[in-house]
Structure formats: structure tokens, C-alpha cells
Write a protein that binds this ligand. Structure first.
Ligand code: NAD
Length: 466
């Protein structure tokens, strides 16, 4: 459903009226389009003394056309840039022009006093980040810090980045990426690129963990998903159709699954994108055999996206057992059962990916959604429980947790609640199915092998459960 307020607020008369009345003035997000640079440049780099990731940042930029600006002398930015063949210049506020993105290596912050480095950098540069820009702070996992001081300081980064995301406005997205001590530049590369690109337009205020991958990573490739087999459930419409489209655009072979009643939509999707279809109801345990047969015929799946989902909203006192059961069966029991079947049959390829679709309702809770929120929190539990097992196979499992995304599911929400859902986030608007799809593409990349066990919200930094 079109966001009429967003369109109105961006017409001259709408801008005037909303400004005079003090109403929200969201601007349409700038999203990825074919042919655009991978990273929003120029990228402004800074570091706290003693950081370990400056070389990784420069190595990532070396693979992009983005120019680099640097601030401060805590890292040898000119030397690193020269070594990697990256154009770099010292940042001069008011003279350098605005930066497209900023990356700050905070891994060297070893005690609370060291947090001062955040103030020094961001106080100076925040106004110099262009609208629709990106900010990434790189930190260390607090639980692996050598002492209490370092742990406290690294934990503090989370409050800092989440607040910066809420106050930066202008559609600027801010993330904290915690990088394990043994994760090198190649482990970080896909994540840094995603968060510095337009692909992450509706992802903000997130904390992502990057570990050292258990196996060697494949070389970077312009079309990372080319030739990979991707199963997407609930693919006939909405977010699932966007996921299928995004993978097909990147050259993947998509297997689009949906209920037989959605057969016409499924057929037209597959005719448009290529790939194949499975008309199955995933709540039927017999669907496992059909999925396994499809996997076996084509040499397994590289990526499985458990996207199919339903809502049966009602307060617990009024909810029928059927409404409870159906939500459980589609959203939670089927993904668990299908994942077990695939793993048991060895049908997930090497460096395979399982991606769940949770929801911010599963994090924050929502009145009238006890059933739905239980299943979506259960998806998070599935990620937690299976991440070590998948890591042992060189594979990963992660989930996205969408906020308010413009689909038929949200179009069915009553007007007042729908409007509140759209505006109550740092971007002042709902996301699009493609925002969820882009996030899934990143998690599914062969080079995202160090990203395991994460729940990434795609919610414009919603105030719910933030
Ligand atoms: N739209 C949002 O704002 C939002 C927010 C958070 C999470 N999500 C989640 O994203 C996913 C997709 O949501 P959407 O908005 O695109 O929903 P949608 O209702 O538009 O699409 C869901 C798809 O799943 C399919 N499906 C349902 N039951 C199935 C079954 N038993 N077997 C096979 N397929 C089945 C449907 O036929 C449909 O094509 C869901 O898991 C949903 O819970 C959506």
C-alpha cells in the first residue's frame, strides 16, 4: 500500500504545511539501483588509538571506487591507503566537502576514559556526513575482552551507536559491527560493504557480530550469488517475492515455494525470473519429502530462506485454538522441521546458509500477537540453537527481523495502528520488501561466512523494542 503521507510531505505544498505544523517530514530512502557504486563515498575513516582494523577498512575500500578521507592520526591512514592503492586525503571540515559514509575503528578503546575518542571524532564530523549516508563503528566483542575496563568500554559502544542512529536523522544509518580478534579483513569485507552501501537503507541501530570463518573464503566476485541454488518459502508475493527477485537478479537459481492456492502468482513469478517452483503447504509434513526430492535432483540448496509466515491476530482470551495452531505451524514448526530434514539429508551445500524471517514483534511483543510473537521469538531461538551446529559444517544461520514493511500483511492493519507503525522509527517511514531482500542477500553471500547467529532488524530503527 502506498505511503501517501510520505509522498505528500515531499511535494512543495506538503513540505510547507508539514513544516509549519511541526509534523514529521520523512524523505524517501535512497535505495540501491543497478550500476551504482558498492559503497557510498567518499568514506571518512577514523580510529581510536590502538585499534586493529584500520588495514581491514582500507582493504575493503580498495575493492571499491570510493575515495577516502581520514581524520586524526591514531592509524597510519596515508601509509595504508598508499599500500592498497586507495585515493586518500586528510579531512578538513568545511573544505573537504561532505562525506558519504564514516567508519570508526573503536577496537582500541580499552577503558571507559578511552570513549572520549568517540566524542572527539563524531563531534567534529557528524554534520559533515551527507544525507542518506552511513556510519559504521567497529568494536570488539565485549565478552572476549581481556579485562573489565575493556569490556565496559566496548559494551558502551552499543548505547552510543543506537543513540547516534536516532539523532543523526536525514536517513543516515548507524551500525556497530563487533569483530572477533581472529577475524581478518576478508571476514569483515562483505559486512562493511553492505553497511556502507545503499542496500542497507532501512537497517539502522544494529549490532552485528563477525567471527573468523571456519573455512577459507571464496574470492570476491561481482555477482556473488551466481549459480547458487536458493529455496525461498512464501515466495508468491510480498517479501518472499522480493527475496526471489533479488537472488534471481544476482544470478542465483531460485526455487520458489508457496501454497498451491497461490499457484498463479507463483507461476508468473517463475516465468518472469526463471528458476523453478514448488507448490506446497509447508505445514504438511509430507512437504519435506517433496523438498528433499527437489534438493536431491539439483544437488542440494546453497541457501534456504524460511520466509513463509502468517498472522492470526487476536488477544489471547479471544484467540481460537486454530488461530494459535496455524501460526505455530507455519511460522515456527515448519522451519524447524524442514531445517532438520535438510540437515539430516545433507542437502545444505558447503558454505550453506539458512536464513529465518523473524519480526520486531518477536523482540518487543505486540498486543494481539501472542501467537505470532511467540513464533517470531522462536525463530530467534532457532538461530541461537543451530548456529554452533552450522558453524561446525562451515555453514551459517541468521535471521532478519523486519519492522513495518509495506506489504499486503501490513496493508490489512487498521489505519491508526498502521500510521503509527510507519512513523515510529528513525526513518519516519515503512520499509519496502526489497530492504529485507537486500539484507538477506548480504547474509547469504559466500563471503559472509563469519556472520553466524545474528538477528538483524530491518526496521528503520523502530522505537519498538529498540
Ligand atoms: N510485512 C511486514 O511488515 C513484516 C514484518 C515482520 C515480519 N514479517 C514476516 O515476513 C514474512 C513475509 O511477510 P509478508 O508481509 O510478505 O507476508 P504475505 O502474507 O504477503 O506473504 C506470505 C507468503 O507466505 C505464504 N504462506 C503462508 N502459509 C504458507 C504455507 N503453509 N506454506 C507455504 N507458504 C505459505 C503465503 O501464501 C504468502 O505468499 C513473514 O514471515 C512475516 O511474518 C513481515
Amino acid at each position: 500500500m502506498a505511503d501517501r503521507y510520505l509522498a505528500f510531505a515531499n511535494r512543495p505544498v506538503g513540505r510547507f504545511l508539514t513544516g509549519r505544523l511541526g509534523l514529521p517530514q520523512p524523505r524517501p530512502l535512497l535505495r540501491h539501483a543497478e550500476g551504482q557504486p558498492a559503497v557510498i563515498g567518499p568514506v571518512l575513516a577514523g580510529a581510536a588509538p590502538g585499534g586493529r582494523l584500520a588495514a581491514a577498512v582500507v582493504a575493503t575500500l580498495a575493492g571499491t571506487p570510493a575515495a577516502m578521507l581520514f581524520e586524526g592520526d591514531a592509524a597510519d591512514w596515508p601509509g595504508l591507503a598508499a599500500r592498497h592503492g586507495v585515493m586518500a586525503a586528510r579531512f578538513l571540515p568545511g573544505q573537504s566537502g561532505r562525506a558519504g559514509s564514516a567508519v570508526f575503528d573503536a577496537t582500541g578503546i580499552a577503558d571507559p576514559a578511552g570513549l572520549d575518542a568517540l566524542y572527539t571524532f563524531f563531534h567534529r564530523v557528524i554534520r559533515e556526513i551527507a544525507p542518506d549516508g552511513r556510519i559504521v563503528v567497529l568494536g570488539a566483542p565485549p565478552e572476549t575482552c581481556a579485562d573489565a575496563d575493556a569490556r565496559v568500554a566496548q559494551r558502551a559502544l552499543e548505547g552510543f551507536t543506537r543513540s547516534l542512529g536516532k539523532e543523526a536523522r536525514r536517513n543516515i544509518a548507524v551500525q556497530l559491527v563487533r569483530v572477533a580478534a581472529d577475524a581478518d579483513a576478508t571476514a569483515l569485507d562483505s559486512t562493511l560493504r553492505f553497511f556502507l552501501s545503499r542496500r542497507s537503507a532501512y537497517v539502522s541501530g544494529q549490532v552485528v557480530h563477525v567471527a573468523a570463518p571456519v573455512a577459507d573464503l571464496p574470492e570476491a566476485a561481482p555477482r556473488a550469488h551466481r549459480g547458487r541454488r536458493v529455496l525461498v518459502t512464501g515466495a508468491a508475493r510480498g517479501i518472499g517475492a522480493a527475496i526471489a527477485e533479488a537472488f534471481a537478479r544476482e544470478g542465483a537459481k531460485v526455487v520458489a515455494l508457496d501454497v498451491p492456492q497461490a499457484g498463479a502468482d507463483l507461476l508468473s513469478l517463475v516465468q518472469r525470473l526463471g528458476g523453478s517452483r514448488l507448490a506446497l503447504d509447508i505445514t504438511d509434513p509430507a512437504s519435506d519429502a517433496a523438498i528433499l526430492e527437489d534438493a536431491a535432483t539439483h544437488g542440494g540448496y546453497d541457501v534456504v530462506v524460511h520466509n513463509a509466515g502468517v498472522t492470526r491476530d487476536r488477544t489471547i482470551a479471544r484467540m481460537s485454538r486454530a488461530e494459535w495452531d496455524q501460526t505455530m505451524r507455519v511460522n515456527l514448526l515448519a522451519p524447524l522441521r524442514i531445517t532438520e530434514a535438510l540437515l539430516g539429508a545433507g542437502a545444505l551445500g558447503p558454505n550453506g546458509r539458512i536464513i529465518g524471517v523473524s519480526s520486531i514483534a518477536g523482540i518487543a511483543g505486540n498486543p494481539g500477537q501472542t501467537n505470532y510473537a511467540a513464533t517470531k521469538a522462536g525463530v530467534i531461538g532457532m538461530v541461537d540453537a543451530l548456529a554452533p551446529r552450522l558453524a561446525a559444517r562451515g555453514a551459517t544461520i541468521n535471521a532478519v527481523a523486519p519492522g513495518f514493511i509495506e506489504t499486503r500483511m501490513t496493508a490489512a492493519i487498521p489505519f491508526a495502528i498502521r500510521e503509527a507503525g510507519r512513523r515510529m522509527n528513525a526513518m519516519g517511514q515503512g520499509g519496502l520488501p526489497e530492504d529485507v531482500a537486500e539484507t538477506i542477500l548480504w547474509l547469504a553471500e559466500p563471503r559472509s561466512a563469519g556472520v553466524n547467529g545474528n538477528i538483524v532488524r530491518v526496521c528503520g530503527q523502530s522505537l519498538l523494542g529498540a
